[in-house]
Design a protein around this ligand. Structure first.
Ligand code: KG4
Ligand code: ZN
Length: 332
């Protein structure tokens, strides 16, 4: 069964063709570079960019996959969470196409898409697993009983992990979005150079990152230019260590307390090299296993949306054409 996935929840216009929820035939991703000059995503600009590029991306996705619209059996599009304008562009395109071509349509929760990236890539992943979703907009620890059955164990009280990376990258003059740049710089630095605070260490599975961002800001304000330039990599590594340590600590604890053997990470921050390494190592100590998606499936992409749409369709059949964009859609 061939699914066309459509993702436009933020600043990536993406379409993918995925066969049987596992085999990626194409996954075209266009990241809108225009926002770098504003230092963050401008919703109105993002909507207009999606409008401009959605049709060429659609053609590219089909042609790269070597299929025609007639061979598509399901159209899946992100309905939320995300920015309402961008969501509406992808969702309206998907519904219009599905209606005109008489193809079943299904609306997908973006967070379910992120966690589905692991199911797509790892056939041996236990359907019952623990997942840490860490993106630019969300940080949540979820027990997946099986696909579609979730218990949210904890989430962030303020900033998302990716947001902390982006804000600190901005403070350090590394551009936007800066998570990958902090990761790259941190590889040359000493993570023990400065100890930034680890917030909410004891508070169950909840996270908080806004205090850490403030701590980095106050620390940078006190530094002279020469010290900053000499120790930039050390500061990036020390900040990254504070984020990663708390993410790993809580995830490992949840896996032990809930007695879950398979753990996944997903979302943009799951591409972080330190997070992948430390999480793998700490889980191994307690005889548990970490799965993570390839980098291209960590950040926003339509292959994960196609996969999630296909798994939902298998469970529940097609969705309704009235599905609307829901900016604050919850994972249920
Ligand atoms: O999942 P995603 O593409 O978009 C949302 O749904 O939010 O995640 C984007 C986030 C950004 O905050 C970006 O800085 C972060 O993921 N990110 C990283 C890395 N690559 C992307 N953060 C840390 N290390 C990375 N290597
Ligand atoms: Zn995302």
């Amino acid at each position: 069964m061939m699914t066309l996935g459509i993702e436009t929840s933020c600043d990536e216009t993406s379409m993918a063709v995925v066969e049987d929820g596992r085999r990626i035939l194409s996954n075209i991703i266009l990241s809108q570079m225009i926002h770098t000059e504003f230092g963050g995503v401008v919703p109105e600009v993002a909507s207009r960019e999606h409008l401009k590029t959605i049709t060429p991306i659609y053609r590219q996705a089909l042609s790269k996959a070597g299929v025609s619209l007639k061979q598509i059996n399901l159209i899946a599009a992100t309905m939320g969470p995300g920015l309402v304008g961008p969501l509406l562009v992808g969702l309206s395109f998907a519904k219009g196409l599905a209606f005109a071509a008489h193809i079943p349509f299904i609306a997908v929760n973006h967070m379910e898409g992120h966690l589905a990236a692991n199911i797509l890539e790892h056939p041996d992943l236990d359907p019952h697993h623990l997942t840490l979703i860490v993106s630019g907009g969300h940080t949540m620890l979820v027990e997946v009983r099986r696909f579609g059955e979730y218990e949210i164990l904890g989430k962030t009280k303020d900033d998302a992990a990716g947001e902390a990376f982006d804000k600190v990258a901005k403070l350090m003059g590394l551009g936007y979005p800066g998570g990958a740049e902090v990761d790259r710089l941190a590889r040359e630095g000493n993570p023990q150079y400065y100890r930034f605070p680890r917030a909410m260490r004891k508070e169950g599975y909840y996270f908080s990152f806004s205090g850490l961002k403030t701590a980095v800001s106050l620390y940078l304000n006190k530094l002279d230019r020469a010290t900053f330039e000499k120790h930039q990599a050390d500061i990036a590594a020390s900040f990254q260590e504070a984020v990663v340590e708390i993410l790993v600590e809580k995830t490992v604890r949840a896996a032990q307390e809930k007695n879950i053997r398979h753990v996944t990470i997903s979302g943009g921050v799951a591409a972080n090299s330190r997070l992948r390494n430390l999480m793998t190592e700490k889980l191994k100590h307690v005889n548990k296993y970490l799965f993570y998606p390839s980098p291209v499936l960590c950040t926003d992409n339509a292959a994960m949306i196609a996969a999630a749409g296909f798994y939902r369709f298998e469970k529940e059949g097609p969705g309704e054409f009235i599905s609307e964009a829901v900016p604050y859609l919850k994972l249920q």
